[in-house]
Design a protein around this ligand. Sequence first.
Ligand SMILES: [Fe+2]
Length: 207
Amino acid sequence: MNKFYDHQSGRTLQERPEAYILDKVFDPEYFSELKESFALIRESNVLPYNLELGRSGINTIDKDVGADVLNSAFDKVSAKARSIFGQDVKPTYALWVAYRGFRANLPRHIDDNACTYTIDLCMSYETQWPIYIEGQEILLEPNQAVVYYGEDQYHWRGEFPSPLKNEVQMIFFHFAEPNHWFFTEGPQHKQEIVRIKEAHQKKNGIK
Ligand SMILES: [Fe+2]
C-alpha cells in the first residue's frame, strides 16, 4: 500500500481503495427493531449533544445510555467487517448520531480516533444529505452503508438540507488492526493524536 505525507494533518497516510456502498447491512426485521430501539431510547433520555456538529449521539466508548443496543449491532457488523477488511481487524468503537437543525454540519476532515476501517450506516433521513469521500459523492438509503478508510480518506458533507424539518440518523462502526494505538495504548491516546496534529497545524499556520 502506497504511503504519502499529508501536509494538512502532518500525518503519513495510506492510499486506499475507493469508497463503496454496502447494501442491506442488516436483515430488514433486525433493522426495524434497531430503529425502534433507538426511538425508545431517545423518548426516555436526554442524549449527549455535540454542539460543533449539531448532532446528538450514543458512543460505545463513553458507555452512553443505549450503548448496549449499539454494541449488539456492532457485533453483527463485525463479522462483515472481517470479511471486507481482513480477518485480523478488531472493533474499536461505534457511534449512533442524529443530525438536526441549523448546527448540523460535517467539515472536511480525516478522523483522529480509531477509524482505520469505517462502515457508516444510514438509519434514516427526512431529506437526503450526501457524504463525500475524497470527492466521491455517496447517497445512502436506510440500511445501506458506505465503506471507507476514515483515518486516510478525507470526508465531509455539504450544507445540511432543509434544517427546519430535516433529521439524518446514522451509525458509524469503526475497526482497526490489533497493533493500532487504540489497543496498544488505550482509547485515551486519542488526546495525544489530536495534540500532535494541532501542534503541527499551529506551527504551519494551517486552519
Ligand atoms: Fe470522520
